[in-house]
Write a protein that binds this ligand. Structure first.
Ligand code: SF4
Length: 387
């Protein structure tokens, strides 16, 4: 009887929610049209493409000494295993540049060498197999040195990321704009990019970072209007995993929503492997890329009549290794539950001690609380291809 009552509530809500979703979808289309999606030019970074219609590349950066080949390879392999697609390594010395060739033999994703000040390190990194380098042309010590780096990049056919930050804006630009401003950062970037363009080099990616959130966003909006080069988005000094992931989600999410960003990095003070999880969550939340199983669950409230929190956590845990994108909803009651559950690939809308299982928008059956995880996993595994 209780089960029949639950199913009647679910069906009436089902119709209302379908209508609500239709309206929501129309609204979100307007938001996208209102933004400024931009098609950038495509550059090749090793075996991956960045820019244009290519998927937004997920990247991270190692925090091992690059010259410690063993430790660096181990960290890159850990990053690869969770979905990192491009890894950056700092090159503070010649031994680090030389290590790139051996590191490359043992990894499967492209490697970007991060260079500051010393053009020789850029040249050696390229010669030892870097798939991309990150420099600030203005700090390499003069045009002849920049030209040398550009000539080698051309010879090895690798792109250059022009990476600037608020601390590297030229004095005359600071004076003109009265300090660090979005316009000044943009002008500084134009100056750096022009140096490469004047040397006939166009395999460029741009990144500009500062710790001020609105300024970072405004600068990237200006850059996207001025250039068609791919843009790397990330933030400096984002913080620990707890605070940094939220700051990154706000800044990166805002830019991505405006169609800006061809590659992203969530910088966190912690294990770089964690960064990949947050990159994926941001892209997934904006429907820009899909990864594995996405578990949607309600926060629970006084209407919840099952112990929902461990159920949602257990389902998410058991789905961790599934690569196919499946949307799973674990919902606490008949108020919001049926809508979400029926809009997902697989879902459960709970009542007192039991729940109604949905698959592809249709009710499958009623299951008791103690069988929910098993029944959900049975259907998820079937959909994933019988893992
Ligand atoms: Fe409460 Fe139901 Fe919303 Fe969950 S879905 S938070 S139980 S109203």
């Amino acid at each position: 009887m209780r089960s029949a009552h639950l199913q009647v509530s679910i069906i009436s809500f089902f119709i209302e929610i379908k209508l609500a979703h239709l309206i929501c979808n129309i609204k979100s289309t307007f938001v996208i049209l209102d933004g400024m999606p931009k098609v950038t030019r495509v550059i090749n970074v090793g075996k991956i493409k960045m820019g244009g219609e290519s998927p937004i590349v997920i990247q991270s950066m190692t925090n091992t000494p690059t010259k410690d080949i063993r430790a660096t390879v181990a960290q890159i392999k850990a990053l690869e295993s969770v979905g990192c697609e491009l890894v950056r390594v700092a090159v503070p010395c010649l031994d680090s540049a030389k290590a790139i060739s051996e590191i490359k033999k043992q990894i499967n994703i492209p490697i970007e060498a991060d260079i500051h000040f010393d053009y020789k390190l850029a040249v050696e990194s390229i010669r030892h197999g870097a798939d991309k380098i990150r420099i600030n042309p203005g700090t390499l010590g003069g045009l002849d040195k920049i030209k040398h780096v550009v000539d080698v990049a051309k010879e090895y056919k690798i792109p250059i990321r022009v990476g600037l930050n608020s601390g590297s804006v030229e004095k005359d630009i600071l004076k003109k704009h009265g300090g660090v401003t979005a316009e000044g950062l943009t002008e500084s970037t134009e100056r750096s990019v022009k140096i490469l363009e004047d040397l006939g080099f166009y395999d460029i990616c741009i990144s500009v970072k500062c710790s001020n959130v609105p300024m970072t966003i405004e600068t990237n909006l200006l850059l996207a209007k001025k250039f068609d080069y791919p843009i790397h988005i990330g933030i400096t000094e984002s913080g620990t995993i707890r605070s940094g992931s939220i700051k990154s989600a706000v800044r990166l999410g805002t830019l991505l929503h405006h169609g800006i960003g061809d590659t992203i990095r969530v910088s966190l003070t912690g294990d770089p492997v964690e960064e990949i999880y947050y990159c994926k969550q941001i892209l997934s939340a904006l429907d820009l890329r899909k990864f594995g199983v996405e578990v949607i669950s309600c926060p629970t409230c006084a209407r919840t009549e099952v112990d929902l929190i461990p159920i949602a956590n257990e389902v998410e845990k058991q789905c961790a290794g599934i690569n196919k994108h499946i949307k799973v909803a674990v919902m606490g009651c008949a108020v919001n539950g049926p809508g979400e559950a029926s809009q997902s690939d697989i879902g459960i809308a709970c009542g007192r001690g039991q729940g109604v299982l949905f698959k592809n928008g249709k009710v499958l059956k009623t299951v008791s609380e103690n069988k929910m995880v098993d029944e959900l996993m049975k259907e998820i595994n079937k959909m994933a291809g019988g893992r």
